[in-house]
Design a binder for this molecule. Structure first.
Ligand code: FES
Length: 187
């Protein structure tokens, strides 16, 4: 039994009704969004069930997940922090920013902090090239952008998010204290 269909029959019918009957594959993105909203990532089972619903192969569904930074095929931290280090951002110091931030967090790109709070990822263009260093933060279904960052500013934001999400101080930053920057915007 297709568990996605079983759990969300109305939502899936609504999604499929937006597309011509012979273009069901166009529903892949909203179906992925639905599956990810349920589990926090798109599981192998969800890939197969979406393939079944849309009539395309599991590999084709997986390729959509692999292409978009907003879809994930594994569970990660509560906050996915994605830093663009593409050429334009690199020229504005994005790589140095990411390196320093990772040092402060004690994790490398692609890794999750031991408290399960933060996953940091290196991604390609996020369409805000003149505002680097910047990151895209995904928390559940919410996505927002934080531009013109410094490691200290980002750590400051992570501290506030840590308190809001798990109600405790940011344990990950056990190393040196990073003083919040004065007067800087978080956007
Ligand atoms: S190159 Fe980084 S946002 Fe475009």
């Amino acid at each position: 039994m297709n568990q996605l269909l079983k759990k969300f029959p109305e939502e899936i019918n609504r999604i499929l009704a937006r597309y011509p009957i012979d273009r069901k594959q166009a529903a892949v993105m909203p179906l992925l969004h639905l599956a990810q909203g349920e589990e926090g990532f798109v599981s192998r089972t969800a890939l197969q069930e979406i393939a079944e619903i849309t009539g395309i192969s599991t590999t084709e569904v997986a390729s959509v997940v692999g292409f978009y930074t907003l879809f994930h095929d594994a569970p990660e931290g509560k906050i996915r922090l994605q830093v663009c280090t593409d050429v334009a951002c690199d020229l504005r110091g994005a790589t140095e920013y990411l390196t320093e931030l990772c040092e402060k967090l004690g994790i490398k790109p692609g890794e999750t902090s031991t408290d399960g709070l933060i996953t940091i990822e290196e991604v390609k263009c996020l369409a805000a090239c003149d505002k680097a260093p910047l990151f895209q933060a995904q928390i559940g279904d919410e996505v927002d952008y934080h531009e013109n960052q410094t490691p200290a500013r980002t750590i400051d934001w992570l501290r506030s998010m840590s308190a809001a999400l798990i109600g405790t101080p940011l344990k990950t930053i056990s190393l040196e204290e990073t003083k919040p920057e004065e007067g800087g915007s978080h956007e």
